[in-house]
Design a protein around this ligand. Structure first.
Ligand SMILES: Cc1cc2nc3c(=O)[nH]c(=O)nc-3n(C[C@H](O)[C@H](O)[C@H](O)COP(=O)(O)OP(=O)(O)OC[C@H]3O[C@@H](n4cnc5c(N)ncnc54)[C@H](O)[C@@H]3O)c2cc1C
Length: 385
C-alpha cells in the first residue's frame, strides 16, 4: 500500500466509521461522506432538549455479543454500562413477560407448572399432525400449539411483516421459541450493555483521527469517487446502481413520538400482540439508560409497513423474490472495480451491531492484506446470498 493513499467511505454509520478508523491507523487518508446531517447511521442517539432523555433516534439499540474482540473494541471508544433487555407484551388486555418463558406460560394458562411439567404441557399443546412445516404458522403450531401461537406470535408477526404468517417460510422460526425457566433476558450473549453517553458519542470517538475527514449532508452517487484508491460503500446496494434491477424490498418503520410526565409504561419495550392494535410496540427511551434520572419521558409508538421510495429502509425482506433480485445486484457489484459493499445496506442483510463491527474490522484487515500482496479487493467480504 502506498503511504497516504486516499480512501472514500460512503456512510458514517458503524460500518463506515470502523473501516475508516482501521485504515487511517494504517496510514490511509480517509474521507467519509454521509447523506444525513449526523454520524452514527441508524444507531444515532441524541439527547432530547426538553427532558434530557437520550433518544435512540432510529429505534432502540442494545449491544449484545459473544465476540470478545468486538466487545473490547467498543469499550475502547465508550463506557458501556450493563443493560439487560427485558421485554413485555400486552395481549388481550393483560401484560406478559417475553420471550415466552415459564412465567408467561403460567400466567397465560393460569397454572403454576414447574419446568418439566411445563415442557410436557407445551408438548401436549403442540400440533403433532404437522410433520413437515412449510410456513411460519405451521412451524409455530407444531412447536407451541394454537393458543400460544395466536397470543404471542400471530398478530405481532403479521404486523411486523405486513402479511399473514401462512405466507412466511417456516425457516423464520428455526427453533422452539419458548424457555422453560424464568429467564426473561432477551439475549443469551456473554457481553451486553449500552454506552453511557449514547452510540453517537462512541462513533464520534471512532472517527476522531487526524487522517479522517467527515462530510455530512452529502449524497454519494456512482461515478463520484474518482481519485480514490478504493471505495467502501455502506449505502444501499440497489441505490448504488440507481435501482437498475428494481428496488430491493425492505420494511420501514414509522415512529410516532410522544412525551409524558413521569413514567409512561414502567419498562423500555412493550410489545402489542393484538392485530386490533396497529402499532407493534412502544419504546420508552429513558429506560434504556437506567443509570440516569429524568422527570419527563420520550416514547416512540412503532408501526411497520412496506418501504416506499423516500422511506428509510430498515429490515431487508429477503424472501424468494428479493433473493433473485439480489443475485442480479451481486452480479453487477462483482463487475464493478475498486468498490467494496459493506454493512447492512451494502450487503442487504439484517446485521446486529456486533456483527457489523466484526465484518468492518475483517474488511479493513482484508483490504490491508490484499494491498500488501498487490491483489484485488473483492466486492463483498462474504457472499450476500
Ligand atoms: C429498528 C432497529 C433496531 C435495531 N436494534 C439493534 C439492537 O438492539 N442491537 C443490535 O446489535 N443491532 C440493532 N440493529 C442493527 C443496527 O442498526 C445495525 O447493525 C447498524 O446500524 C449497521 O450499521 P451500518 O453502518 O452498516 O448501517 P447504517 O447505520 O444504516 O449506516 C449507513 C449510513 O450510510 C449513509 N448513506 C446511505 N446511502 C448513502 C449515500 N448514497 N451517500 C452518503 N451516505 C449514504 C446513511 O445515511 C447511513 O448513515 C437495529 C436495527 C434496526 C433497524
Amino acid at each position: 500500500m502506498k503511504a497516504g493513499e486516499r480512501i472514500l467511505v460512503v456512510g458514517a454509520g458503524l460500518s463506515g466509521a470502523v473501516i475508516g478508523r482501521e485504515l487511517a491507523q494504517a496510514g490511509c487518508k480517509v474521507e467519509i461522506v454521509d447523506s444525513r446531517g449526523h454520524i452514527g447511521g441508524n444507531c444515532h442517539t441524541e439527547r432530547d432538549a426538553a427532558t434530557g432523555v437520550m433518544v435512540h433516534v432510529y429505534g432502540p439499540h442494545v449491544f449484545h455479543t459473544d465476540d470478545a474482540e468486538v466487545w473490547s473494541y467498543v469499550n475502547g471508544f465508550g463506557t458501556f454500562l450493563p443493560y439487560r433487555n427485558r421485554v413485555k407484551t400486552t395481549v388481550g388486555g393483560q401484560v406478559y413477560s417475553l420471550p415466552v418463558n415459564l412465567h408467561t406460560i403460567n400466567q397465560f394458562f393460569g397454572r403454576s407448572l414447574r419446568p418439566d411439567e411445563a415442557r410436557a404441557f407445551i408438548e401436549e399443546q403442540a400440533d403433532r399432525t404437522i410433520s413437515d412445516p412449510r410456513t411460519f404458522e405451521e412451524q409455530a403450531l407444531r412447536f407451541v400449539g394454537r393458543a400460544l401461537y395466536e397470543a404471542f406470535f400471530k398478530g405481532y408477526t403479521q404486523k411486523q411483516w405486513g402479511c399473514s404468517p401462512t405466507e412466511l417460510p417456516a425457516s423464520i422460526l428455526k427453533r422452539l421459541p419458548v424457555r422453560f425457566n424464568y429467564d426473561d433476558n432477551y439475549f443469551f450473549h456473554a457481553y451486553q450493555g449500552i454506552p453511557k453517553d449514547g452510540y453517537s458519542a462512541m462513533v464520534a470517538r471512532i472517527l476522531d483521527h487526524p487522517d479522517i475527514t467527515v462530510t455530512l449532508g452529502t449524497d454519494f452517487r456512482r461515478g463520484q469517487g474518482t481519485g480514490f484508491a478504493h471505495i467502501f460503500h455502506s449505502g444501499p446496494l440497489d441505490g448504488y446502481f440507481d435501482y437498475a434491477r428494481g428496488r430491493l424490498g425492505y420494511r420501514t418503520l414509522d415512529f410516532e413520538r410522544f412525551t409524558h410526565d413521569g413514567d409512561y409504561q414502567g419498562c423500555a419495550v412493550m410489545n402489542y400482540g393484538d392485530l386490533a392494535v396497529p402499532h407493534t410496540r412502544i419504546t420508552e427511551h429513558k429506560h434504556f439508560a437506567p443509570w440516569e434520572e429524568h422527570a419527563g419521558s420520550v416514547c416512540y409508538r412503532e408501526f411497520s409497513r412496506a418501504c416506499e421510495p423516500g422511506d428509510i429502509p430498515y429490515y431487508p425482506i429477503r424472501l424468494v423474490e428479493e433473493k433473485a433480485q439480489l443475485a442480479e445486484y451481486v452480479a453487477l457489484a462483482q463487475m464493478e472495480r475498486g468498490v467494496t459493499f459493506v454493512g447492512r445496506l451494502g450487503t442487504y442483510r439484517y446485521l446486529d451491531m456486533d456483527v457489523t463491527i466484526r465484518e468492518a474490522l475483517d474488511t479493513a484487515r482484508l483490504f490491508l492484506d490484499r494491498r500488501a500482496a498487490e491483489a484485488a479487493m473483492p466486492s463483498f467480504l462474504k457472499p450476500p446470498l
